[in-house]
Design a protein around this ligand. Structure first.
Ligand code: FAD
Ligand code: EPU
Length: 265
């Protein structure tokens, strides 16, 4: 187990966030010990806005045995989703294609029920193992309250591994689906971001609404509404959480949008 003081801006895709104590755990026993005091769990840091003052709790990161995976058995919650999407396709296993292009760890993808209009994480799950209240419990996906970009995990629950629901399919079919998903993501920016900032209101695209309001290019410090896609806030270099929060507020003054990101603390 490694415990170190870090700046969370180095562990989030948006590149903002202050100090925290990072606990990297490699075994179940280490996870138990790390959870003996208040904690948060960090995945790939792709859906987080961490404030500049940092977080007081331990920040737990899953490594070691939690990153091991077997597509036909258990897949560790610390495994990288993009790697699994590619490996499943290579093995002729269908079910993850809709998740192409989502930067996440498996655990973060479960918690957020990450997805696109081509499919979401919950559809690809057969079982989810969650550590809470000092023990490891296995759940069926139906028990976890999945909805659009949300789940209802037990309080303090840490996803430790999952079993995937994949089907054998011809390679060409899987490839064709992946190309379709890839094409749908072409308009998304490559700059530092945390994906879409806001949830889509039913029947609408937040990105389109922001675009139609003429808010693209709106900037506070180094935080800017992407010129490519209205629902992405990009960090042009040295943005702080304060900049990002101010920009979110400017957008929400114009449109009643619900934040998709999680704000820490
Ligand atoms: P983090 O951001 O690290 O954490 C998010 C939440 O999950 C936190 O509450 C954290 O505590 C919790 N968490 C993390 N690991 C665990 C665990 N093991 N057990 C319990 N809780 C855990 N999202 C989409 O849905 N669709 C998209 O198309 C999409 N595109 C994106 C494109 C870009 C360029 C970027 C940067 C982001 C995009 N996102 C998208 C957002 C993001 O990738 C997803 O929300 C993803 O699920 C976050 O996973 P993560 O591992 O990074 O979690
Ligand atoms: N549009 C605009 N202007 C913009 C952005 C979009 O006019 O600035 C239009 C597009 O032309 C399109 C429509 O709005 O006609 C929808 O846009 P897009 O296909 O990009 O989808 P989205 O609804 O904005 C959703 C998810 C993305 C996911 C894509 C692909 C949400 C909040 N967003 O975006 O997920 O990658 O579909 O399926 O659900 C995320 O959640 O972080 C994320 C990036």
């Amino acid at each position: 187990m490694k415990v170190e003081r870090v700046l969370l801006k180095d562990y989030t895709t948006l590149g903002v966030g202050g100090p925290a104590e990072l606990w990297t755990v490699e075994t179940r026993e280490e996870l138990r010990r790390a959870t003996e005091a208040p904690y948060r769990v960090l995945g790939n840091g792709s859906n987080l806005l961490v404030l500049d003052e940092g977080v007081p709790e331990r920040v737990i990161r899953l490594a070691g045995e939690f990153q091991a995976w077997d597509l036909k058995g258990w897949v560790g919650a610390g495994a990288l989703l993009p790697l699994l999407v590619q490996e499943a396709a290579r093995a002729g296993l269908s079910g993850l294609e809709g998740l192409l292009g989502i930067p996440a760890q498996v655990g973060g993808a479960v918690k957020m029920n990450a997805g696109t209009r081509f499919g979401e994480m919950a559809d690809a799950l057969e079982a989810v193992e969650i550590f809470h209240d000092g023990a490891f419990h296995v759940y069926a996906p139906e028990e976890l309250g999945f909805g659009y970009r949300k789940s209802n995990l037990p309080p303090g629950g840490i996803v430790t591994r999952v079993r995937l629901r994949l089907k054998e399919r011809p390679l060409e079919e899987i490839k064709r689906r992946m190309e379709e998903v890839d094409a749908a993501r072409k308009g998304q920016p490559k700059k530092k971001s945390a994906g879409c900032a806001f949830k889509n209101p039913p029947g609408h695209s937040a990105g389109r609404l922001i675009d139609q309001r003429g808010l693209k290019g709106l900037r506070v410090g180094d935080a800017m509404v992407s010129l490519e896609h209205g629902n992405f806030i990009v960090n042009l270099g040295r943005a702080t959480a304060k900049d990002v929060l101010a920009l979110l507020k400017r957008i929400q003054e114009e449109l009643p949008l619900e934040l998709e990101w999680e704000v820490w603390p």
